[in-house]
Design a protein around this ligand. Structure first.
Ligand SMILES: Nc1nc2c(ncn2[C@@H]2O[C@H](COP(=O)(O)OP(=O)(O)OP(=O)(O)O)[C@@H](O)[C@H]2O)c(=O)[nH]1
Ligand SMILES: [Mg+2]
Length: 511
């Protein structure tokens, strides 16, 4: 038996990690109570700001008008939030909140629920993921082409990529030719972004959009789409059940997909399929990526290995492609799934999916008093990674910190807690490739650098933290998961669904 409790209790608030994060100090995080949040709001926002002592009459008039407009908007938002809250409360089926840091696998878990309970709708809607998968692929290629060209032409500009300049020598004429031939993919990228985000073609990106769409070497394939942009609704075809949020379910954009812009993008992709594969397989490309320390194949939304299949003009996404497609969730999303078969038939499952990056977390609290279960995702593979939004924070440390915060929340005290220690497959690959877990987690001593004991160690640590931080005794349902393995995840869902249903029936006073 591992002495986890001792190692995790060395000193409250200290997580025994090494490397740049050695003994990261974790101050006791604030709870997500509404009181704390409103207190925080009044402390930090300081609205309205104090007027300047030498304010003129004209400035006063402008300020008062601005304050009154801001109050009107704020009241309107509050009213809308209250309407949404009431509407959510009235729903009677099981309600689940997915929590965890960015890229932990929340949206992938949601897709697994959709596949498990409503496989026919999932199959029908696979088509709407095609532009996302194409965009993931095209962004990988454009990232590589930019990287190659920046190596050749621009030696002064440090730019966002690569992190390190390499000494890869001159470009071969074949590589130069490939870069030129793949040029039209820039236009394809913009077209796909337009289709998915509902931007009108030709409108220039504003600064925020530019920042969001810029290539980040740590997540080159990634694309962030606001749920309110309604890309799912806009692109859905004849959906009967499955996910819904606000907004219409039909749009001209679906016509665009088949007849217009998307059709053209698909033809370009299909014509360039062999060149894409040739670029990815080119040894000097691999050399450049290695020298720049960029592991594209480890990134979410990586499809270069399957480029020849995915670029075919009649490509139709398989379930495993849909599971791998990557879109950053921006803002909370509400999804309903109507179970199609089995004892659950016609039961409506409501799942709230949220954005996991640090700036998105304040929006989680609005769902706390209204759900029957929280599924918390902690990616075990993050032990040697840092957050994309803050490179000073180790991913595992962040997950632990979040977990403590969620466990100690009083509003969630009566909710079923389900823990998915996710990305088991990536943990396995990392340990097998020789990365030492104990180099990052120093309390893991004298134990084999193997998947089973490492996963067991993490499981015990998270379970023990749950016991220490829960406001009252509560059961926990921990699972080791690989969310891109649909079969294994379906088995886990079968195991947890009864617990969630019973909780929903209890809270609706049926039991
Ligand atoms: N190999 C592997 N990939 C996974 C696993 N779980 C999720 N992924 C991939 O990781 C990427 C990120 O997963 P998401 O589900 O989008 O992450 P998220 O938690 O919703 O992230 P945000 O929306 O940014 O908060 C996707 O490309 C998934 O396919 C896993 O267990 N193994
Ligand atoms: Mg997500």
């Amino acid at each position: 038996m591992l002495d986890i409790s001792t190692s995790w209790a060395i000193e409250p608030g200290l997580i025994p990690l090494t490397g740049p994060w050695a003994f990261v100090k974790i101050s006791r995080p604030p709870s997500f109570s509404t009181a704390t949040m409103s207190l925080k709001r009044s402390q930090t926002v300081q609205w309205p700001p104090a007027p300047s002592p030498d304010e003129t009459e004209e400035e006063r008039r402008v300020r008062v008008a601005a304050e009154s407009e801001a109050k009107r908007v704020s009241d309107m938002i509050d009213r809308q939030l209250e309407v949404d809250r009431q509407r959510r409360k009235e729903r009677r089926g099981p309600k689940i909140l997915l929590l965890g840091q960015a890229e932990s696998g929340k949206s992938t878990t949601l897709k697994n629920f959709q596949l498990h309970f409503a496989p026919k709708s999932f199959e029908k809607e696979a088509e709407i993921w095609r532009p996302v998968i194409h965009l993931n692929l095209v962004r990988s290629i454009n990232f590589i082409v930019n990287l190659i060209l920046s190596q050749k032409h621009d030696h002064r500009d440090a730019g966002p990529y690569p992190r390190r300049r390499s000494s890869v020598g001159p470009l071969t004429s074949e590589l130069r030719r490939l870069c030129v031939r793949l040029g039209p993919l820039r236009q394809v990228e913009e077209t796909l972004i337009n289709i998915l985000s509902g931007r009108s073609p030709g409108r220039p990106f504003n600064e925020t959009e530019m920042a969001r769409q810029a290539y980040n070497p740590a997540k080159a394939t990634d694309i962030a789409l606001r749920s309110g942009s309604g890309w799912r609704q806009g692109l859905s075809f004849g959906r009967k059940s499955g996910e819904t949020s606000s907004g219409s379910s039909t749009s001209n954009r679906s016509d665009n997909l088949y007849m217009g812009e998307d059709g053209q993008s698909r033809r370009i992709l299909s014509a360039l399929g062999d060149d894409i594969t040739a670029l990815w397989k080119d040894p000097s490309v691999q050399k450049i990526l290695k020298a720049a320390e960029i592991g594209l194949h480890e990134q979410p939304g990586f499809f270069l290995d399957q480029a020849s299949r995915i670029t075919k003009e009649d490509y139709r996404p398989r379930p495993e492609d849909v599971l791998k497609a990557r879109v950053t969730t921006l803002g909370p999303e509400e999804h309903t799934i109507v179970a199609e078969t089995g004892p659950q038939k016609a039961n409506i499952w409501t799942i709230y999916d949220v954005g996991g990056s640090q700036s998105q977390r304040a929006a989680w609290a609005q769902y706390f008093d209204d759900v029957h279960a929280v599924i918390f995702l902690a990616p075990m593979s993050g032990f040697n990674q840092v957050l994309a939004e803050d490179e000073s924070v180790n991913r595992l440390t962040d997950s632990i910190r979040l977990w403590q915060m969620i466990c100690s929340n009083k509003i969630l005290a009566g909710v079923e807690f389900i823990l998915f220690l996710n990305k088991l497959d990536i943990l396995d690959q990392k340990l097998k490739s020789g990365i030492q877990f104990s180099s990052f987690v120093t309390s893991y001593t004298k134990q084999p650098n193997e998947t089973k004991p490492v996963a067991k160690y993490l499981m015990e640590a998270f379970v023990s933290l749950h016991q220490q931080h829960s406001p009252k005794r509560r059961r926990i349902h921990p699972h080791l998961t690989c969310a891109v393995d649909t079969k294994a995840t379906s088995t886990v869902i079968t195991r947890i669904q009864e617990v969630i249903l019973i909780k929903a029936l209890e809270s609706n006073n049926v039991l």
